[in-house]
Design a binder for this molecule. Sequence first.
Ligand code: 13P
Ligand code: SF4
Length: 350
Amino acid sequence: MGIIAPTEEATYRQMHHILEHLIPDFEIREKARLAYRINRLKKEKNAVILGHNYMEAALYHSVPDFTGDSLGLCQMAAETDADVIVFCGVRFMAESAKILNPEKTVLLPATQAGCSLASSITAQQVRDLKKRFPGVPVVTYINTYADVKAETDICCTSSNAQRVIESLGTDTVIFLPDQYLAGNVAEQLGWKMYFPQDDADGSKQPADLKKTVIAWHGACEVHELFTPADVTSVRQQFPDVTVLAHPECKPDVVHEADFTGSTTAMIKYVEEHQAEEYLLLTECAMGDNIISEHPDKNILRLCSHRCPHMAEITLEDTLDSLENMRYEITVPEDIRVKALTSIERMLEIG
Ligand code: 13P
Ligand code: SF4
């Protein structure tokens, strides 16, 4: 919701209440100073701040008007009547907000906030796949850039991938670019996988592409690092642990988990259950965000695996972004119009 407080001191007190178990007091004071200025500027400029669940705890709990997963933030971006959207997330998310709101100013506080999935495929590669598999619908994960979305029939996120595929009513899809999300969805559907990248001359292509996910070798650089051995080791130390894995994890890791879902689905699961401990197989900052709101929950996470892109977004950068109106996201109009169709089709499914 963002902190609504009349003074810097009041902002500090509210932040201290949420963050005292997590962050040293002197740091909360410094961050409260920044948060107070950001929230004031936000009002002056009629701006809205959207914050992904992976934002660091002090930012997450102080300045976003809405926090959520990729789908939730996309829905919020589609509904806002603010003049300015500051996206505390990564570039592809800010681009989606711009695609939905061409008349608004969309700002990303750090230019470097990319994504290994989004950079794993180009629009030309999608066009080549469409030529090779004419008539097969293309589903792309929201973690792609605008020109890739423009070549796509429909987008999906980690929370609706299976529903999106089922909505197409076909038994073959091109699903890009996350090979592990594709693998997890293929398992749920009971379909096989085929990677045309490994088969340039088509000699390994199944004779029948019915019930096939045609996939791509993209991966999230964070989630691909988790292994079944990580889960085994934690289960040995904490026999009652409940393991939650994001669907960008490899299928053999998801098999070891008790629950798999988007970042928001994972948060909800922890809030609604009473386990001894929870192991979160996702970006570590999300564990901090849950702990600060629920100090009674025992959250375990493997913090050696971090998303360098999400970590680019700080309170300092967010303040700079609003003060200097940077870095503005633009999308060429011909690409935007085509990409919009694929996002709107997804939003209809929800
Ligand atoms: P969700 O928040 O949609 O689950 O996605 C996670 C992610 O890695 C976004 O970059
Ligand atoms: Fe991309 Fe993975 Fe970082 Fe999400 S966590 S932004 S999918 S690299």
